[in-house]
Design a binder for this molecule. Structure first.
Ligand code: DLL
Length: 435
């Protein structure tokens, strides 16, 4: 079997050794942060915790959390722990609440981030023989630069396409015989659809694998992308605050993402109480950066809802796995008092044979929430009889009711009428927030 590890000494390290390594790094990192990041030192002082109290990972729970609100308060330099002279890069993402998140990197930080992305590429079978088409956005967004750096480290021929210009993506994919595609899952679905429209069959391209992340996507979406592109589709996770893509990545088993535990210490907490939950329970994912220098966030609350598992993996990696995040706690919609995740809607649509092109519109009329879902028909489903359409809408509404517990109004719309996304898809329009 071909080599599928980039750094086997880390990726297959016995768990006890990983934990020992994490403990040693944590003790050093807490000291670095305490001495160089006054913002976090104040939080520790308020909690009455000193670096001497942290002797290993068993003491992690004593440290205060950092949240999105802290990022906002400390913008732009307040969480910087190295002089700007030693930083070589910033990356940024739009926050949900106005101010952008700005993350800083030393050369050491860029290097370890690219190692993480290289691990992800090798895990899907990448090597110097591959042509890696990076169709995540380049620039402030971490997707393009992260996978680009990883691809160089592996030695792939890197196509730095950035997102968009689908015509050119397809031309290069075909002419330069790309074998690995990296982009958001929604853009991968769009590229698949565009190839089909141009008369290509899934076997006409040379792609073997895709590395898709930056937004939640379901198993049903995975299958649909795998079919349309004729590839294996792998998940990758990360966030700007922890460096970018590559915090965790999927291996050949495709049953969750291995967390790069030598760099990131993961916890699951109860989002309401902050209490640490045992392995296997669902809750909010919290990360501590163990050896980042410039922007070393400790106990950062991601708001992503997830489950961790140390079940043995057939790929031989010992790194803990996280399930696909089912969405962010702040993506969750509360409609007429019921919690609704867009991922549940996507599951129903794909199970019922619809496209993953949909938009959820929530509003309020007469003090009651309205809940509408526009769903695009596939060209082969298109029928121009009104009774045909309303029967399909009714059937889909029933399937939604079974999954969600509440009844949306379904509107089947013409093929290609919902705007495609080249980056992260916009699935929800919540007009209630605008009031
Ligand atoms: O999205 C980094 C990234 C780029 C990850 C390319 C993977 C591939 P941000 O823009 O800061 O960073 O957004 C981070 O996106 O907290 C999750 O809510 C969501 N997210 C990222 N990856 C996944 C994934 C990049 N595989 C936020 N599944 C995170 C579900 C994901 N959600």
């Amino acid at each position: 079997m071909e080599k599928r590890y980039y750094q086997p000494e880390i990726e297959t390290m016995p768990v006890e050794e990983i934990k020992k390594m994490q403990s040693e790094k944590l003790v050093k990192q807490v000291r670095h942060v305490y001495e160089n990041m006054p913002y976090y030192r104040n939080l520790m002082d308020e909690k009455g915790v000193t670096p001497d109290d942290i002797k290993g990972i068993e003491d992690l729970h004593k440290l205060p959390f950092l949240t999105k609100a802290d990022l906002r308060d400390a913008y732009p330099y307040g969480l910087l722990a190295k002089p700007l002279d030693e930083c070589v890069r910033i990356q940024s993402t739009s926050g949900t609440t106005g101010k952008r998140v700005v993350a800083f990197y030393t050369q050491h930080d860029v290097d370890l981030w690219e190692d993480c992305c290289a691990r992800a590429l090798v895990a899907v079978g990448g090597s110097e023989k591959d042509v890696c088409q990076v169709a995540y956005g380049y620039g402030l967004f971490t997707g393009g630069p992260g996978l680009n750096g990883g691809s160089h480290k592996v030695g792939c021929l890197t196509l730095p396409m950035s997102s968009g210009n689908t015509e050119r993506q397809i031309q290069f994919m075909m002419d330069l015989e790309a074998t690995i595609l990296c982009c958001t899952p929604s853009y991968a679905a769009y590229i698949g659809e565009s190839l089909k429209e141009r008369g290509y069959k899934p076997t006409d391209n040379k792609l073997k694998a895709g590395i898709f992340g930056a937004e939640p996507w379901t198993e049903e979406m995975r299958r649909s992308i795998e079919e349309s592109l004729g590839i294996k589709a792998y998940d990758i996770y990360g966030l700007t605050e922890t460096s970018g893509p590559g915090v965790s990545f999927e291996c050949e088993e495709q049953t969750g993402m291995h967390i790069n535990e030598d760099h990131f210490l993961a916890e699951i907490i109860d989002p309401d109480t902050g209490e640490v939950l045992p392995e296997g329970e669902k809750g909010e994912l919290v990360f501590t950066s163990l050896d980042k220098e410039a922007f070393p966030l400790l106990r950062y609350r991601t708001r992503d809802i997830c489950v961790l598992s140390r079940k043995k993996c057939s790929c031989g990696r010992t790194l803990i796995k996280m399930a696909k995040p089912m969405g962010r706690s702040d993506d969750m919609l509360i409609i007429r008092g019921v919690n609704v995740f867009p991922s549940q809607i996507e599951t129903v649509l794909l199970n019922e044979g619809y496209s993953p092109n949909y938009q959820i519109i929530v509003d309020r009329a007469n003090n009651t929430d309205t809940f509408d879902i526009n769903v695009e028909l596939n060209p082969e489903q298109f029928t121009d009889t009104v009774s045909g359409i309303s029967a399909m809408e009714k059937k889909l509404a029933e399937a939604m009711k079974t999954m969600l517990g509440i009844n949306p109004a379904i509107h089947l719309v013409a093929p290609k009428s919902i705007t495609r996304s080249e980056g992260k898809a916009v699935r929800v329009i919540d007009k209630r927030k605008l009031i």
